[in-house]
Design a protein around this ligand. Structure first.
Ligand code: SAM
Length: 290
């Protein structure tokens, strides 16, 4: 499928995914065409073109906020090298992902079959592929955001279009040569018991309804997989529903760690006030379901 066909296929799936949107996402995507502009930040991530002048500013702020150790990470060096090649700036959102890749590599989990629920600006997909070209990725999201990701992936030349498939039925998941499966949220149950080794969710459960969160947990449980999950301790959605980390249905999952996430505390900006605190505290954990 060419990139154009992939995008058209996803566009046809937008209306049937309406019910997968929480009140938060209905609000963010009410401007029906915003997701076609991948260079804007509409609440699902930053995207800036590489700029030699701003590079110095980014370097300075990254050391100030995240410390010198970041620059030592192999994951940082690799991601930075490739992002520059496809003319993209490494910003705060990318840095958060680099910390996550470094952590997952420490547990040797950034390999084999990895599913990301709610990526943004393709940061998880691109970084995972850069760090481990052999990885098989499953990206589950609303079709609008999968299109936004695809527009970025197309710029990056990191995947060829022959390696990407929009999943509409179970048989699509059996295609051997595919390295990136794009799964519209309403088809997420197709991932039940599919030997996914790791699921990742970064600041995305916090914006869903409990019905959606519970469904994702039952899919993860059916795979007996690991779950890395970094989300706000509490967040109130526009319809008044309060989403709390402690209410996720972990049941008898075995935790490898659970703590406050230090790279989700401060963010730097390109204008005044330059440094801002993230709202609320973010908890991250790695657990395994059996
Ligand atoms: C705040 S963005 C987070 C983006 C990215 N993970 C990051 O850390 O920058 C939340 C993501 O959750 C996705 N999302 C919302 N509802 C979803 C659903 N029902 N299923 C899967 N993803 C969903 C959004 O489309 C968006 O990509």
């Amino acid at each position: 499928m060419s990139f154009e066909i992939l995008i058209n296929t996803l566009t046809d799936l937008i209306s049937e995914n309406e019910k997968e949107k929480s009140s938060h996402w209905r609000e963010i995507l009410r401007n029906k065409r915003s997701f076609l502009n991948f260079k804007e930040n509409y609440g699902y991530g930053q995207y800036k073109e590489y700029n030699k002048f701003y590079e110095t500013y980014h370097n300075l702020m990254q050391t100030l906020i995240f410390g010198r150790e970041l620059k030592e990470f192999n994951e940082y060096k690799l991601v930075k090298h490739y992002y520059k090649k496809f003319n993209r700036q490494v910003e705060c959102d990318v840095v958060r992902h680099i910390f996550t890749f470094n952590l997952l590599n420490k547990f040797r989990l950034l390999k084999d079959n990895v599913a990301v629920i709610g990526d943004g600006k393709a940061n998880f997909i691109l970084g995972s592929r850069i760090i481990n070209p052999e990885i098989k990725l499953f990206s589950i999201n609303l079709p609008e955001l999968l299109i936004n990701d695809l527009l970025i992936i197309n710029q990056s030349n990191i995947f060829s279009h022959e390696e990407i498939c929009v999943v509409k039925e179970e048989a699509d998941l059996e295609k051997e040569h595919i390295k990136l499966f794009l799964i519209p949220a309403n088809k997420n149950n197709l991932l039940e018991s599919k030997k996914i080794d790791l699921f990742v969710n970064i600041v995305s459960f916090q914006e869903m309804n409990y019905e959606q969160i519970n469904n994702y947990f039952s899919i993860i449980k059916s795979n007996n997989s690991y779950l890395y999950n970094c989300n706000r301790e509490k967040k109130i959605l526009p319809d008044g529903i309060k989403i709390e980390y402690e209410k996720y249905p972990f049941d008898n999952a075995k935790f490898l760690f659970k703590e406050e996430c230090i790279w989700h505390k401060n963010i730097y900006l390109s204008k005044y006030p330059f440094i801002k605190k993230y709202e609320g505290s973010h908890i991250h954990s790695l657990c395994k379901f059996n």
